[in-house]
Design a protein around this ligand. Structure first.
Ligand SMILES: [Zn+2]
Length: 160
């Protein structure tokens, strides 16, 4: 529970989470593992072109933490690109901007990140049951090693 303040807020998770260079046998392939929050840092800074300060606010971290996450992300992407490594996006220490909860009776509702860190829900707002659980996005979760989830490539790509 004491790790909550370290969570980085992520508002979107990339749809495709595995990239690999063509023409290399899978057995020779090395992987760079990009954390979900690192992908988010790249998205905010390099894609959305936000100022570093805004990025840090979006992710609910200090500027120096954001800067560290961004540097790490760029380093890994450069390494993969120039050294012919695959990139896998998974794991990390992040929290979705919104978390969906479900109670034992099947009611579902969303809890914003801000509320989640201060006052996490204890009962279902509809039926008051304390039997509630958070729903994780498929294949992704905070801090885990992620599940081995691989997306199929387009018609030109060849898997294994
Ligand atoms: Zn309920």
């Amino acid at each position: 529970m004491g790790r909550r303040q370290l969570w980085r807020r992520v508002s979107s998770v990339p749809l495709v989470t595995y990239f690999k260079p063509s023409g290399l046998p899978l057995t020779d392939l090395q992987e760079a593992r990009l954390l979900v929050e690192e992908a988010e840092a790249i998205r905010l800074k390099d894609l959305e072109e936000l100022e570093q300060e805004e990025c840090a606010q979006e992710m609910n971290v200090s500027r120096s933490t954001f800067s560290r996450v961004l540097d790490s992300a760029r380093q890994k992407i450069a390494d993969a690109l120039l050294n012919g490594k695959a990139i896998r996006i998974e794991g990390g220490n992040y929290e979705m901007a919104e978390r969906r909860f479900r109670c034992i009776s099947g009611h579902e509702w969303d809890v914003p990140f801000e509320r989640l860190v201060t006052t996490p829900p204890e009962v279902c707002p509809e039926c008051d049951t304390p039997s509630i659980m958070p729903l994780f996005p498929p294949g992704l979760g905070r801090g885990g090693h992620g599940r081995k989830k691989r997306f199929r490539e387009g018609p030109s790509g060849r898997e294994r």
